[in-house]
Design a protein around this ligand. Sequence first.
Ligand code: NI
Length: 249
Amino acid sequence: MLIDSHCHLVNEDYNIDEIIEKAKENDVKYLIVSGSERDDNKLNIKLLDKYDNIFLSAGYHPSMASSVTEDDYNFLEKCLMNDRVVAVGEIGLDYHYGKEDMEEQKELFRRQLDLAKKYNKPVVIHTRDAFLDTYNILREYNLSGVIHCFSGSLEVAKQYLDLGYYLGIGGVVTFKNSKLKDVIKEIGLGRVVFETDSPYLSPIRGEKNEPGNVKLVCEFISDLLGLSFDEVANITSNNVINLFRLNIR
Ligand code: NI
């Protein structure tokens, strides 16, 4: 059994019924659907009534730093009271497109980390060109979580692992020039979770990604480490279950 620990389904031109059916055919039995801004968090909550194999993480991506309102925070708190909202995310820091709103980003990040603490939920971290600030802020909080779409060096990986975090690995690892392969070989699977970040970052270039593609990532890692598919699937799915305390065993 596989789990897609991070995907986006709403606001895409997906037929969600079909996507979930195809995921099941590929043995991807559960999906954690991530929120990133005001509208998708609201739409995600509605998915819970319709699909029983979905969990959510709810939160505001750093791109919302200068537009987030108190109403948004109140809505997020309401989401976090739901047992099937298993994490706060994706949240974090993104300096790739500029640092002009760095202070607002940090404020948004910290307020959501406070909420994760208050509601006792793990966090799903988006970080881009912002390792030091991300690391230093996370170190202040004693939370568990995952570095979503991890793409750093072995040294950076080790620092997050030392903080107790998991690393989210998806289609990028299968790319020819990806250095992630060497990182995985070094660190092993003890704190790795699989994700697709659908519709982004497909392992098949030029295609729209979907949760069923976790299978391709699992196949790739099995070959890379010389382990059986089932063994890799079991280890990484158990990691997801433990991290997000999913009630599915
Ligand atoms: Ni994402």
